[in-house]
Design a protein around this ligand. Structure first.
Ligand SMILES: *Cc1c(COP(=O)(O)O)cnc(C)c1O
Length: 405
C-alpha cells in the first residue's frame, strides 16, 4: 500500500521527464574500461570514458592493486580519523603533494565529496562564495549548502567576477569584519572541455583578497608537461585550494585537495564528508600510486592523446559540425535540440559507436550535445571511424544549425 502510494506520487515526474526526451538510463559494461568493449552484451567502440590516459585497465596498475589487496584486504574498514588511514593512503597523499607542488594533500573518497566538504569547511553564514555558472554540480551544491551567500559569474568572465567582488568589498559590510570570499571554478569544464582563464582569475582574486579554489578533475594527469594539470602549473600562493580527482585520467577512484598545512588541517577537523565516511580501500590508494608514477614517466600518453584531439577537431570541422573551444580530451559536438541529439546518439550506436547525448539540466537549454571524449588508448583508425559515421549521419539528417540561447 505504502509502496503503491509512493509510486503514484513519483510517477508524474518520471513521465514528464520521458516526454521531454530527458530520461536517463544506465548501460551495463561486461568488460573493462577500454575503447572497444561490451556494453549491454554488444561490442561497441566507446567515446565517452573519462579514462583519458588509458590507465584504468593498465596491467601494472592492476597488479599493484592485487598485491595491495592481498596485504591490506578488500576494504579500509573505517574512516580516516578512526582506523581506516593506511600507509598506502598516507604515501599517496605525500606523493600527490610533491607532484602538485603543495605543502600537503588530503585524500577524499570521491571528488563530489571533496568539493562539498571543502567549500562547507571554508565558508558559511556571513561569507560569500562566487562560482562560474557552468561549474560542476558538486561545486554548486557545496556552495548552495554552505550557508554562504551564493553568486554566479558569467562563464570564464573574470571581468564579471571582478564587478561582483567589488560590490561585496568590506566597506559595504562593516559588520562582517571577518567575511570570507571564496571563488570557485572548474579548471577544465566538464561538459564544454574549455579551460578557465587562470591568470585573470588569480589576479582578480588577489586584488580582492578572495580565496581561489580550482577543481582540476579533467586537467589532472592530462595537462601540463608532466601531467600535473592546469591548476598545478600555478603555485600554492596563486591557487591556494587545488582539487583533483583520481577516477578520471588517473584511472582509479577517489580525489584529493592540495594546499597549505593550515588548509589540510582545517579540512581534517571540519570537512564533514571527509570525517564521516569510509576511507577508499588501501589497495585503490596503492594502485593510484603506480598510476601516478606512470603519468609522470610516460609523457607519450599525453602526446598521443593530443594528436588524436587534433585529428578529431580537424575532421569534425571539415564536416561542418559545431565544436566548442576545447583543447582537451572533452570534445563536445553541439547539436542544440534534445530529440535531435538523442537521434544522432542512436544512429551512432546503430553503427557500433557509443557517444553520450548530454541534455539539460546537465547543460543549458538549447545546447544539447554529443559529448565525445578521447583517450590515449584510442587509435587513429578509431577516430577515423567515428568521423566516417558522423559524416554519414550528417548526410542523412543535415548538419545541425546551432542557435545558442
Ligand atoms: C567528475 C567530477 C567531479 C566528481 O569527481 P568524482 O570523483 O567522480 O566524484 C568533480 N568535479 C568535476 C569538474 C568533475 O568532472
Amino acid at each position: 500500500m505504502t509502496a503503491d502510494l509512493l509510486t503514484e506520487a513519483l510517477s508524474p515526474e518520471l513521465e514528464a521527464r520521458r516526454a521531454a526526451h530527458l530520461y536517463r538510463s544506465r548501460r551495463t559494461l561486461n568488460g573493462p574500461q577500454q575503447p572497444q568493449t561490451q556494453v549491454d552484451g554488444r561490442d561497441l567502440l566507446t567515446f565517452c570514458s573519462n579514462d583519458y590516459l588509458g590507465l584504468a585497465n593498465d596491467p601494472r596498475v592492476i597488479e599493484r592493486f592485487q598485491q595491495a589487496a592481498s596485504r591490506y584486504g578488500a576494504g579500509s574498514g573505517a574512516s580516516h580519523l578512526v582506523s581506516g588511514h593506511s600507509a598506502e593512503h598516507h604515501g599517496l597523499e605525500e606523493e600527490l603533494a610533491a607532484f602538485t607542488g603543495r605543502d600537503r594533500a588530503l585524500l577524499f573518497s570521491t571528488g563530489f565529496m571533496a568539493n562539498l566538504g571543502t567549500i562547507q569547511a571554508l565558508v558559511g553564514k556571513g561569507d560569500v562564495v562566487f562560482q562560474d555558472r557552468l561549474n560542476h554540480a558538486s561545486l554548486l551544491d557545496g556552495g548552495l549548502h554552505s550557508g554562504a551567500r551564493f553568486k554566479r559569474y558569467q562563464h570564464n568572465d573574470a571581468g564579471h567576477l571582478n564587478r561582483l567582488l567589488e560590490k561585496t568589498s568590506p566597506a559595504a559590510s562593516v559588520n562582517h569584519h571577518n567575511r570570507r570570499k571564496l571563488v570557485v571554478t572548474d579548471g577544465v569544464f566538464s561538459m564544454d572541455g574549455d579551460c578557465a582563464p587562470m591568470q585573470p582569475l588569480i589576479e582578480t582574486c588577489q586584488q580582492h583578497n578572495a580565496w581561489l579554489m580550482v577543481d582540476d578533475a579533467h586537467g589532472f594527469g592530462c595537462l601540463g608537461d608532466n601531467g600535473q594539470g592546469l591548476g598545478a602549473g600555478f603555485s600554492q600562493n596563486e591557487i591556494p585550494i587545488l582539487m583533483g580527482t583520481l577516477g578520471k585520467a588517473i584511472g582509479t577512484s577517489g580525489a584529493f585537495i592540495a594546499g597549505s598545512d593550515a588548509l589540510i588541517e582545517t579540512l581534517i577537523q571540519f570537512a564533514r564528508p571527509y570525517i564521516y565516511t569510509t576511507a577508499i580501500p588501501p589497495a585503490i590508494a596503492a594502485a593510484t600510486r603506480t598510476s601516478l608514477n606512470i603519468v609522470q614517466q610516460e609523457p607519450e600518453r599525453r602526446q598521443h592523446l593530443n594528436t588524436l584531439i587534433a585529428q578529431f577537431r580537424t575532421g569534425a570541422q571539415q564536416l561542418g559540425l559545431t565544436l566548442m573551444d576545447s583543447p582537451t580530451a572533452i570534445q563536445p559536438i553541439l547539436i542544440g535540440d534534445d530529440a535531435e541529439t538523442l537521434s544522432w546518439s542512436h544512429k551512432l550506436e546503430n553503427a557500433g559507436l557509443l557517444v553520450t547525448a548530454i541534455r539539460p539540466p546537465t547543460v543549458p537549454k538549447g545546447s544539447a550535445r554529443l559529448r565525445v571524449t578521447l583517450s590515449a588508448s584510442h587509435r587513429a583508425e578509431q577516430i577515423d571511424r567515428l568521423l566516417a559515421v558522423l559524416a554519414d549521419i550528417a548526410q542523412q539528417r543535415g548538419v545541425p544549425e546551432v542557435v545558442l540561447p
